[in-house]
Design a protein around this ligand. Structure first.
Ligand SMILES: NC(=O)c1ccc[n+]([C@@H]2O[C@H](COP(=O)([O-])OP(=O)(O)OC[C@H]3O[C@@H](n4cnc5c(N)ncnc54)[C@H](O)[C@@H]3O)[C@@H](O)[C@H]2O)c1
Length: 500
């Protein structure tokens, strides 16, 4: 309710040159009266029965075209089964916006705000499971821009899903699908197919570069965080120039976060900006770093200190390539999954908490959706995006205090999450998260001098210049607060506890 399905179906229909069908209108024709009236007279169970029959039949008999589906019809098994023949597009809307648009206007299930919120949460699970495509609601331009990518799913491996990413500086498709790398699929571009200049690391290049098909150039840097430097970026930029990269071409970043950040930075600065397609190959990159346009390199003084915001032209995330990822790297990515689930709340948090096996692709899709939802509101870290730093204040301090050598980024974030949950006063949640992290072999005890970590936190304080380090705190899964001041004594206790 309130996502704007009817008007989106009209827009899509007119762009595609087809007359859209509206499931609610079909239903009202069958019922012989408006839905609210039928609801009042016969009650919800009778309505759901009729809805299941009419909408089920509609989905079973139609092929092609555009259908606006009633919000509640997905509760029915028959409707969900019939929907699998089609491509389901979720118009993603948050509960506040949905209530503003639909609440208190006479719709039977949108009269009471508390009930409305419950219903929104219950249905979110069903919608997210059913969605092949997620597009932010209420943006006509987003829908229009997304249509060619939506149509391109016909050429992608079966089961590939699409997220439409929006941000102040531009929008782009994110494809998540098993088998994308090696399928020959490439995101559609306006005009002639661009030439592709691939930047990768030696490990990943050896495994997957060939699977990308025709490449104009292939540049492989040695693997590792220590390669994320200005010197390496200069080398890559010069190699790209020698290879003849122009603004009509694409840089392809094939690898983990290190390659994504470095190649993204090269793309952002080469001739003041060329297109980059991110092809993330680690869990960290597939759930986090490939999206949102933060690119950059480290300098000896600090990590990620030189960079640019540069949104990708597209992201292709293929969970199948994670099969070759060493277990410790996968675990490091899992820390970012837990972080994202704490920010997202239900239904993602429940899935991660219960460790549902076998649905890693789903979790990757849900994490990407969460991150993109935040970036859409705040591309440049002015407020909402800071939520993504949950666990990172202490996490970064740990990395710095240990010379970026003892812990992987995700491992340091795991410890940082535990500190953040203690500072949030979330003792039970902290225990739960500790168990999840430990089960994946992530560190839950700090093997370093806590005072050195506290010094690094204090240095961070000077950088912020505000007198206190702003922490991201958790009130509950799905409810995080950014920019929180925390007394020094509490920070000291939370970090010392990690080393105890
Ligand atoms: N830009 C952002 O928003 C953002 C967000 C989070 C992290 N980051 C950055 O990401 C970096 C960490 O990224 P990472 O954890 O992906 O590390 P990484 O890129 O160093 O990759 C980890 C290791 O795994 C190897 N590898 C990658 N994919 C593989 C595969 N499919 N099979 C086998 N081996 C594979 C790599 O060669 C490397 O040795 C950090 O520099 C961090 O600052 C950026």
């Amino acid at each position: 309710m309130g996502a704007g399905k009817t008007s989106a179906a009209r827009t899509a229909g007119s762009l595609l040159g087809v007359a859209p069908l509206d499931a609610d209108a079909e239903l009202e024709r069958e019922l012989g009266m408006p839905i609210p009236q039928f609801f009042e007279r016969h009650g919800e169970p009778a309505f759901r029965e009729a809805e299941e029959r009419v909408v089920g039949e509609l989905l079973e008999r139609t092929s092609g075209g555009v259908i606006a589906l009633g919000g509640g019809s997905l509760v029915s098994d028959r409707v969900r089964a019939a929907l699998r023949r089609h491509r389901a597009v979720l118009l993603d809307v948050d509960v506040d916006t949905a209530w503003q648009r639909a609440g208190g206007r006479g719709r039977p299930l949108a009269r009471d705000r508390v009930r409305f919120e419950e219903l929104h949460a219950e249905r979110a699970r069903l919608y997210q499971q059913a969605a092949d495509v997620v597009i932010p609601a209420g943006e006509r331009a987003a829908l229009q821009h997304a249509l060619p990518s939506l149509a391109s799913l016909d050429e992608a491996p079966a089961g590939t899903r699409l997220l439409w990413a929006t941000s102040a500086s531009g929008d782009y498709p994110v494809y998540v699908g098993r088998g994308l790398v090696g399928s020959g699929f490439w995101p559609p571009a306006a005009g002639a197919a661009p030439r592709r200049f691939c930047v990768t690391d030696e490990t990943v290049g050896g495994l997957y570069a060939e699977a990308l098909g025709d490449l104009e150039a292939l540049l492989a840097i040695p693997p590792g965080e220590e390669q994320k430097t200005l010197a390496r970026a200069e080398e890559v930029l010069r190699a790209l120039a020698r290879a003849g990269l122009t603004r009509a071409d694409q840089v392809v970043a094939l690898g983990g976060g290190v390659v994504g950040d470095l190649a993204g930075f090269c793309a952002a600065t080469y001739q003041r900006g060329v297109a980059v397609v991110q092809v993330p190959t680690t869990l960290v990159a597939q759930v986090d770093s490939a999206y949102g346009g933060k690119t950059g390199v480290d300098i000896p003084e600090a990590k990620n200190y030189v960079g640019a915001y540069h949104q990708p032209a597209a992201v292709l995330a293929d969970p199948a390539v994670l099969a070759s990822l060493p277990e410790a790297e996968r675990a490091a990515g899992y820390a970012e999954v837990v972080k994202t689930a704490l920010i997202a709340g239900e239904p993602l948090w429940e899935r991660v908490r219960e460790g549902a096996a076998g649905d890693e692709d789903d979790v990757i899709f849900a994490c990407a959706r969460t991150k993109l939802g935040i970036v859409a509101k705040d591309e440049r870290d002015a407020g909402a995006r800071q939520a993504l730093n949950l666990g990172h204040t202490v996490g970064h301090a740990i990395e710095q205090a240990t010379g970026y050598a003892r812990y992987r980024h995700g491992e340091a974030v795991a410890l940082g999450l535990l500190a953040a949950l203690r500072l949030s006063g979330q003792d039970r949640l902290r225990d739960q998260v500790r168990e999840l992290l430990e089960a994946r072999g992530l560190p839950v005890r700090l093997d370093a001098d806590p005072d050195a970590v506290l010094e690094a936190v204090a240095r961070d304080k000077k950088r912020v210049g505000a007198g206190s380090v702003p922490f991201v705190l958790v009130e509950a899964p799905g409810e995080v607060r950014v920019g929180c001041a925390v007394p020094d004594a509490e920070v000291t206790a939370a970090v010392r506890e990690l080393a105890a």
